[in-house]
Design a protein around this ligand. Sequence first.
Ligand SMILES: [Zn+2]
Length: 293
Amino acid sequence: MLASSEAVFGVPEIFICAVVFVFGAVIGSFLNVVIYRVPNELSLLPGSACPNCKQAIKFYHNIPILGWLMLGGKCSNCKEPIAWRYPAVELLTALVFLLTYFVIGLTAMLPVCLVFVATMIALLFIDAEHMILPNVITYPLFIAAVGVRVIFPLAFEGFRFSDMAFAPVNYLQGYPGWQVSLAGAILGAIAGGGLLWAVGAIWKALRGVEAMGLGDVKMMLGVGAILGWRLTILTIFLGAFTGALAGVVMVLRSKDRDLQTQLPFGIFLGIGSIVALLFGDRLIAWYINTFVP
Ligand SMILES: [Zn+2]
């Protein structure tokens, strides 16, 4: 489904790919700032400084990926190592942006999808490091998701989110597109946030321990609203599956580790939601064709 950018802009595809990659790396650099400052309740505005000696980082050392390589992974002033997370997030964001462009193409949904994957990358790294999913990210995610679900069918004639072709959302066929879309968003939010909340409540009742925080529930309200119930259930399935695998690996690798240790589930939900956004409809179609008679 690669959009033919050569036809659109008259520029070679490779050039568009390079622009998307560099743009992704720059956004990744901004996500590093978000990942470091939001959980510590610092302002996003002042320029970058070494966390150790507070020396301001020169603009040419701030170039995504290359800056870290030029510095050899150390602060130029105090020689304190700079975490590999910084170039890793920049490279990861660049690659995920490129993949998103390949899958979604040059369509109106591309900016929405890029914001979505960037938000998921920020959330999963914050959850990995701080075991929290900040409200200042999850609340705007939900509001933006509902906004997109209402605005897109109004702005683009005949625009359909994938859940609108399936039950029960398609029962509303006679209604205006934005209302059908909004109903799909609400159902998706309930499927995401509601399901996670219910699982957490049941787990707490049975085992007497908190299985997951409300952060996961709030995150999945937004993910559910934008993806719709089908891709949201897939997200939770992918998250639970990869999370369980990671949990098994963790337990095997450290035998004395307390089994009650919480895994930051947001990591796996974040990965699952990106996979569901980009490949979910094809994965579900493949599953149904293969396993449902
Ligand atoms: Zn320093």
